[in-house]
Each structure stands twice: as structure tokens, then as C-alpha cells.
Design a protein around this ligand. Structure first.
Ligand code: RB5
Length: 152
């Protein structure tokens, strides 16, 4: 059974709990990396552990939630091998997988309601990366990570 890591700050906690239920109902194991309190916290403290799991290959997928999703996506995309996609609509969620092979889905807990969040996650999970010309583009991003890309 695949494990998906999930984390949020205080602004995403309520949505995190719903997404956990949704993922478990769909047969996934969920690794909840916090936050689990109600106090205000700093989103990097919760985004980093999830990004590390995906970056290092320990887990294939993660879900991150903060108020807008912006902070979490900035954090996660600092990590090699992470392709974190902030999505606010179902089409983008599907494209995040088909074209970008996103391995972390980021959602704004103050933006998306539970119904939309579930739909976006479902689309992302069910979509398949199309490879081909999209792989070529991801390879160029990988070159940036390797520090080999010169300024043009
Ligand atoms: C917290 O107030 C908020 O700044 C945070 O959840 C997130 O939206 C940052 O990008």
C-alpha cells in the first residue's frame, strides 16, 4: 500500500484532516507530519519534512497545505527531485501530473473548499505522466538542479 506524506500549517490543518480521511478511504497509508495543534506555526517547519521524504525518494508523493499554498510550494520546490504544484482547479491538478509529473500537490486551505480539494487530489492521483516532450522539459529542470546549466 502506497504511503503519502501530508503536512500543513495552522491555516491548512482543517483541510489536512479531511484530505487524510479521503486518502485513507482510497486505500493509501498517510504519514501525517503535522501540524496537529491550533497555534500559529511556520509553514517551512512542516513543508520541509515532507519535501525531504519525496526529495530523497523515501516516498513518491506528498500533499502540502498552507493558507494560500504559496509558501508551501516555495519551500518544497527548493528540494532536488521535488516538483511541487500549487493548484486551485481540477484541470491544473490533472495537468500537474500529465505534463509536469508533480510529486507534491499543494493546496491553499483558505482558497479551496473540501470538495474541490478532494477532486483535485483525485485527478492528480489518477492521472498518468505523459512523458515524451514533457520528459524533455523535466530533464532541463534537472539540469538546473545539477548546477550544470550556464546562463544564456
Ligand atoms: C499563514 O497566515 C499564511 O501566511 C500561510 O498559511 C501561507 O498562506 C503562506 O504562504
Amino acid at each position: 500500500m502506497e504511503t503519502i506524506a501530508i503536512a500543513s500549517d495552522h491555516a491548512g490543518r482543517e483541510l489536512k484532516e479531511d484530505i487524510k480521511t479521503f486518502l485513507k478511504d482510497r486505500g493509501f497509508d498517510v504519514l501525517d507530519m503535522g501540524t496537529n495543534g491550533n497555534e500559529s506555526v511556520d509553514y517551512p517547519d512542516y513543508g520541509i519534512p515532507v519535501a525531504e521524504k519525496v526529495s530523497g525518494g523515501e516516498l513518491e508523493k506528498g500533499v502540502l497545505i498552507c493558507g494560500t499554498g504559496i509558501g508551501m510550494s516555495i519551500v518544497a520546490n527548493k528540494f532536488p527531485n521535488v516538483r511541487a504544484a500549487l493548484v486551485n482547479d481540477v484541470y491544473s491538478a490533472r495537468m500537474a501530473k500529465e505534463h509536469n509529473d508533480a510529486n507534491i500537490l499543494v493546496i491553499g486551505g483558505r482558497i479551496a473548499g473540501k470538495g474541490l480539494a478532494r477532486e483535485m487530489i483525485r485527478e492528480w492521483l489518477e492521472a498518468k505522466f505523459e512523458g515524451g516532450r514533457h520528459q524533455k522539459r523535466l530533464d532541463k529542470i534537472k539540469e538546473i538542479e545539477k548546477g550544470m546549466k550556464q546562463k544564456f
